[in-house]
Ligand binder design. Structure first.
Ligand SMILES: [Ca+2]
Ligand SMILES: [Ca+2]
Length: 163
């Protein structure tokens, strides 16, 4: 008699365990999905930052290392120069572009939460890690940092030579 009663259907405990297992499965699916979304978001930020670094790299590649007219007389933009006619690397020293700019110097308004911070320094010919006085060596290091609001997302540095 006792055995037949047990076979009548699921006990309350069995049903509760089944509900618990299904619940756990749902929770782990939801949290895994959340993690994927987060990772994807970080991927978009990083590729946007890389794109914005590339714009500066492309823009600076065609610039002279020192001003074509005044040479080493000024470190920074020469008088009357603005972004539109910056023509040497150090013209860009200390600039923060927010919204960021493209390689053709246009504002990228759609990406206005991002900014490009540019540093131009002379470095020692024998040790590229060592910063030296402005225009005192033939080697210039360009550093670009890309921020999303105040968070640094990516950065890059490269060297140019006056030779
Ligand atoms: Ca210049
Ligand atoms: Ca200059």
């Amino acid at each position: 008699m006792k055995n037949t009663r047990c076979r009548d259907g699921f006990t309350l405990i069995e049903v509760l365990i089944a509900i618990l297992l299904v619940g756990l499965a749902i929770v782990s699916l939801i949290s895994a999905n959340g993690a994927f979304t987060q990772a994807n978001g970080a991927g978009v930020e990083l590729s946007t930052a890389e794109f914005l670094i590339e714009q500066i790299r492309e823009l600076s590649a065609v610039l002279e290392v020192i001003d074509p007219n005044t040479g080493v007389a000024t470190f920074g933009p020469e008088a009357s120069e603005t972004l539109a006619n910056y023509d040497d690397l150090d013209d860009f020293h200390g600039e923060v572009f927010s919204p960021p700019i493209s390689a053709d110097r246009n504002s990228l308004a759609d990406l206005n939460a991002y900014s490009q911070q540019i540093t131009v320094e002379n470095v020692s010919a024998s040790d590229f890690e060592q910063v030296v006085g402005d225009h005192t060596s033939f080697f210039v290091r360009v550093s670009v940092k890309v921020f999303l609001n105040t968070k640094e997302i990516s950065s890059a540095r490269w060297l140019r030579s006056r030779y």
